[in-house]
Design a protein around this ligand. Sequence first.
Ligand code: DAH
Length: 347
Amino acid sequence: MSWNFEEITLTAQNEIQSASDLKTLEDLRIKYLGRKGLLAEIYAGLSQLSVEEKPLVGKGANILRNTVTALIEQKYKDLEEKEKSQSSAKQIIDVTLPGVGVSMGHEHVLNQIVDEICEVFEALGFVIHEGPEVETEFNNFTALNIPIDHPSRDAFDTFYLETPDPERPGRYFLLRSHTSPGQIRVMEKFQPPLAVVIPGKVYRPDAVDASHSFMFHQIEGLLIDKDIQFSHLKGLLSAFCKRFFGEKIQMRFRPHFFPFTEPSAEVDISCYICDGKGCSVCGRKGWLEIMGCGMVHPKVFEAVKYPKGKYTGLAFGMGVERMAMLRYGIDDIRMFYENDVRFLRQL
Ligand code: DAH
């Protein structure tokens, strides 16, 4: 078989030059240089040629192979370059496109409630004070007129640490079981008149269920001056409830007992669901309990060494989770702590 090398070279050159992508070029490489390609066929036929023809065809085939290889290599480089510049062109930033929004978190609902409650009291002249979560037994109990044999001191009711209180032999540190020890810290540091709110975490070894948690939040309030009366307490707390729950809300003071206040009361608000008619949220009572309060017990003033009989004061304490649950109709305290953004995003 005779080969027209000139013509083959021209065809190959045209084909290679017009290849528009790497895939087409690879097909052409296989067509000419592949194991079953044209050059392989030419070389395979050499043995059948005459002695005169053999070197001529062999030489032509070698030139063809070198030419085609060089053409393909060059074209390969060109195409690669082209694809690179095309893909980088694709990456050019279109500044007119709207940006990808960064999803912003927001304050946890409990912190929102803490801020909101504190703001109401700040507007009434109170200042915010924060005490430590690790407290002395003295501040958490003794100074608050909670005697040594009081059931709330049981290990079942309080988390005790193994660290002894250096100032009081035989007494230990504990995780505060309420924010009331903050009252002691404030009174030990400042002389009346004073008005503070003390927000913070408190701990009790309660089994977790829909209404209990081993950690929750409280806000304590304390106002001390000369001649503070129970009427101040009522006026203050009704102003607070109206701001927080709305003007329509009714409230009542129910006599109760707390060791650190005398007299003491619990504050109920009319149920926001049924307007006091009675429903499942308020247990058909029409009222919801929201906080404890009272007039500071003289024994507490004695513990902080305030001059006897000089001052009177009011105190109150409320649960933050409870306020949030009432405000938003949340029926399971665990929702606050589980970090389920589907829940948190709604509030
Ligand atoms: N410390 C109380 C508790 O955790 C709440 C409380 C009641 C605080 C009456 C007060 C108060 O300041 O006067 O149950």
